[in-house]
Design a protein around this ligand. Structure first.
Ligand code: TRP
Length: 456
């Protein structure tokens, strides 16, 4: 039997709207609520926002369209996709590197999601009720320095996403994200109304929208580019896997553009929910990753009805994180079910157990493993840095090279026009030029400069 022919009928997304919500659910995540605000706060506000938007348009979006096209053309997991499209050539390594990146990302991502869920309860039960950041900092370090709490919350998160993944692509991922994504928009709007109606809110808006480029360096550009990969879930095969579940009549560039806009909107809305409140109460925006867990609780406690809004806020963060984690976990699970013909239960349970081991490295970075610092970073930071700023850009670079040089215009046109049924030749041409030259060159330059390999 041909090893590429799946023995089981392939699951997939069932409606056009389901595709949008699942894909948007993958893109929207802690990247919007945790990474984007903390990086924007650290790197000078509006200037970083502009860099990030440019990277999203010129790098993230083209890679996303590429991945979705590859997946839908091959109708297979990220590794098999390349084996099918380029038999007996080493391109499948892109998919294999992607699977590794999925583990690294999930390892720290599930821990941040774990803190978020712990915070829903801590906020609800009044354990975070202080306007003093030193008190909320103590609460946070109490959480991360406790190995038991860190591990248990992470295992809870792992069990939760494993259960949804086992339910399947249409009955698990699609059904969940169709509820979570709209709910998170509603919650976000509620929090924004609260934040914007605080006296002194405008200073936060100025920070977010008036650029000051004095803080921008090549390292900042690399971080902005890494964020654009991370945000759109590209560079490691998530969107290849999701593309393989797309319907044949789905307009790929149209879907990708909508998802990109929806995702950027959520990041900006998260910024509008956070920075006005931060400035209104005289806090600093540059707390970095702990912005969400130390500054934000203090900020919420300073406002009327803060506890309610804090619970809503962490709830929406948990909703966002779920769709993203599902899409990450689906990458290895799709590979194992199709390639080794494992059942979904076996594939998911095995992956989750391996993840628990990797994840413990991140979970224990605040306690037992705090002094383990390969390359001068804790395991948590190493997972985060190496995936976003190295593996995803490298994966994205090779995906562009594959689509632009190995695949060529003919194949691209066929997939993007749904075999000639869509009249989108201009989009096809524009996309092809960008993905063949502009995006790979940009990624290459930013990567080498950001890592300090060359100096421009
Ligand atoms: N995009 C998600 C977020 O912003 C994270 C994510 C999901 C991701 N799947 C991914 C990042 C694949 C990189 C690759 O939170």
């Amino acid at each position: 039997m041909n090893k590429h022919v799946a023995a089981r009928p392939r699951d997939g997304f069932t409606t056009g709207l389901g595709v949008i919500f699942a894909t948007l659910g993958s893109a929207i995540g802690l990247g919007n609520i945790w990474k984007f605000p903390s990086l924007t706060g650290l790197n000078g506000g509006a200037a970083f926002l502009i860099l990030y938007l440019a990277c999203t348009l010129l790098v993230g979006l083209p890679v996303m369209i590429s991945e979705l096209s590859l997946g839908r053309r091959a109708r297979a997991n990220a590794v098999t996709t390349f084996e099918k499209l380029a038999p007996r050539q080493p391109w499948w390594l892109i998919g294999a590197a992607g699977a590794l990146a999925a583990f690294l990302i999930l390892a720290f991502y599930t821990e941040v999601a774990a803190w978020v869920i712990a915070y829903i309860f801590k906020a609800a039960f009044g354990q975070l009720s202080s306007v003093d950041p030193q008190v909320t900092a103590a609460a946070f370090s109490g959480l991360i320095s406790s190995p038991v709490q860190s591990l248990l919350w992470q295992w809870l998160v792992l069990a939760m996403i494993a259960a949804i993944i086992i339910a399947g692509v249409s009955k698990g991922i699609e059904r969940m994200t169709k509820r979570l994504v709209p709910a998170l928009f509603v919650l976000l709007l509620i929090v924004i109304v609260r934040s914007l109606t605080l006296p002194g809110a405008s200073e936060g808006l100025v920070f977010l929208f008036r650029p000051d480029f004095s803080k921008v360096t090549w390292a900042t550009v690399l971080v902005a580019m890494g964020l654009s990969f991370f945000k759109l879930s590209v560079g490691m095969g998530t969107m290849i896997t999701y593309g393989s579940y797309f319907r044949a009549d789905q307009n790929i560039p149209g879907t990708a553009a909508r998802v990109m806009l929806g995702d950027v909107l959520v990041s900006i809305l998260a910024g509008i929910a956070i920075f006005p409140a931060v400035f209104a109460f005289g806090f600093e925006p540059d707390a970095g990753p702990s912005l969400l867990f130390i500054t934000i609780p203090a900020v919420f406690n300073a406002m009327p009805l803060g506890r309610v809004f804090m619970v809503l806020f962490f709830l929406l963060a948990a909703f966002a994180a779920t769709g993203a984690m599902l899409s990450l976990l689906e990458v290895p699970v799709a590979y194992l079910t199709e390639r080794l013909n494992w059942s979904r239960v076996k594939a998911t349970v095995t992956t989750t157990l391996i993840l628990a081991v990797f994840g413990a490295g991140a979970a224990l970075s605040g306690s037992i493993l705090a002094n383990l610092k390969p390359f001068g970073m804790t395991l948590f930071d190493l997972y985060d840095f190496s995936s976003s700023n190295i593996l995803l850009p490298l994966g994205g670079l090779f995906i562009c090279l594959f689509v632009g040089w190995r695949w060529g215009l003919g194949e691209v046109r066929r997939v993007l026009s749904n075999d000639g049924r869509l009249r989108n030749e201009r989009i096809v041409q524009l996309f092809f030029g960008v993905v063949k030259f502009l995006t790979p060159i940009l990624v290459f330059i930013v990567l080498l400069n950001g890592l300090g390999v060359i100096k421009l």
